[in-house]
Design a protein around this ligand. Structure first.
Ligand SMILES: *[C@@H]1O[C@H](CO)[C@@H](O)[C@H](O)[C@H]1NC(C)=O
Ligand SMILES: *[C@@H]1O[C@H](CO)[C@@H](O)[C@H](O)[C@H]1NC(C)=O
Length: 370
């Protein structure tokens, strides 16, 4: 009798377990159906992304998307992040298939050199939508990838997205700290596209809505993916693209501008010193916060890291390129940078060269924090 009761309980329990198992699978599947509505055609690379990325809630995650000839430039940006940061960094690099191996090689070498100061993951490009090929080609190669990060990186709470043509002149954690300045409705932080309406692009030329008076530049973007998922960010991306396709000039950046035009309360606007571009100094110095607190991130947009036209930007890029991780930041980075900048101090951006050195000096304790 007792044995029979035990058996009965056992059997019922197993049946319950099985039912529960199938039920959970169903819930999980439904959840996916909702968030990736258009996932009928999933690119082959999606498989790569299904391994869980184990990040903890407060980890600093830096993401970048690299295609075409952007390998060296991207590595230079990642190097600049490693030079100044004291916190452990976690890199996610989305790369075109033919670049994946080179990234893996260099980053694993750097990991040894820096005594495991960071973790990294190199992933294939993934577009969880129909027309993946069209999205890949939109604007500069692969820039549209970033619009889908909330869907692809389901296990990541927040990240700092960097264009490949950017360089840190301050520890990453200084920018990350802006997450704590956002209020509960803000899901991203960006810098304005311009400071001055007389030379602004969006206010003079755009044929579509954009954020605020002068639009935003998307090159250095704090993204709270948890909030973007709750907002159902990617549900906005595809319809907006369809509607404005023929009117957008700067690809993904325009789409971001259109979304925040309609939802301005969801964006935190930080200063131009977090995304300092040639426009800020090529005619006159218009980014006042940079004069006061120094440039935090320099952005060599439109190829200016590699062009004779903006020697200051080229000089900064070169100083990072020639520095070897593990070297002496003062002797092997700061001093050469200072020397390169002195050589170009008679150019447009050269007369304010100290704004590029200020944060580096802080890092090596050459300057008072006051
Ligand atoms: C992102 O938003 C979620 C939900 O509001 C919040 O719990 C989390 O702390 C935020 N992440 C960061 C880095 O601020
Ligand atoms: C957050 O700040 C934005 C911009 O100042 C504002 O529009 C929004 O209402 C604020 N949200 C909350 C919850 O305070």
């Amino acid at each position: 009798m007792k044995l029979y009761t035990c058996l009965r309980i056992g059997v019922s329990f197993s049946v319950l377990l099985v039912v529960f198992y199938f039920y959970s699978i169903k819930i999980l599947n439904n959840k996916d159906d909702v968030s990736v509505e258009e996932s009928h055609k999933v690119t082959k690379s999606l498989e790569v992304t299904t391994d869980r990325i184990e990040f903890k809630r407060n980890d600093i995650v830096l993401a970048v998307v690299a295609c075409g000839d952007r390998l060296q430039e991207t590595l230079n940006m990642l190097k600049s992040a490693l030079i100044f940061s004291k916190e452990k960094l976690n890199f996610i690099v989305f790369a075109e298939d033919n670049l994946i191996e080179s990234f893996n090689q260099k980053l694993s070498e750097w990991k040894t050199l820096t005594n495991h100061a960071f973790t990294y993951k190199v992933m294939a490009l993934t577009f969880p939508v129909k027309d993946a090929e069209e999205w890949k080609r939109l604007f500069k190669p692969c820039a549209a990838q970033r619009l889908f990060l909330p869907n692809i990186l389901k296990d990541v709470d927040s990240l700092l997205y960097m264009d490949t043509d950017t360089l840190f002149l301050t520890p990453v954690e200084n920018i990350w700290s802006y997450f704590h300045k956002m209020n509960s409705s803000q899901m991203a932080a960006l810098a304005p596209e311009h400071e001055d309406p007389n030379v602004g692009w969006y206010n003079r030329f755009a044929k579509h809505p954009f954020y605020g008076k002068l639009g935003v530049n998307s090159g250095v973007m704090l993204m709270n993916l948890t909030r973007m998922r709750a907002f159902q960010w990617s549900e906005y991306v595809v319809p907006i693209y369809r509607k404005y396709k023929l009117k957008i000039t700067w690809g993904d950046q325009d789409i971001i501008n259109i979304i925040f035009h309609y939802h301005p309360g969801k964006l935190y606007l930080y200063s131009c010193r977090f995304n300092f571009r040639p426009d800020h100094c090529m005619y006159m110095s218009v980014c006042k916060p940079a004069e006061k607190f120094g440039v935090a991130v320099v952005h060599g947009s439109r190829g200016f890291f590699h062009s004779e036209k903006q020697p200051v930007f080229q000089a900064i890029y070169r100083a990072f390129e020639e520095f070897r991780l593990g070297g002496d930041v003062f002797k092997d980075f700061y001093q050469p940078l200072e020397a390169f900048l002195e050589q170009v101090q008679n150019t447009n951006c050269g007369h304010i060269k100290d704004i590029f050195l200020k944060n580096v000096r802080l890092y090596i304790n050459m300057e008072d924090t006051s």
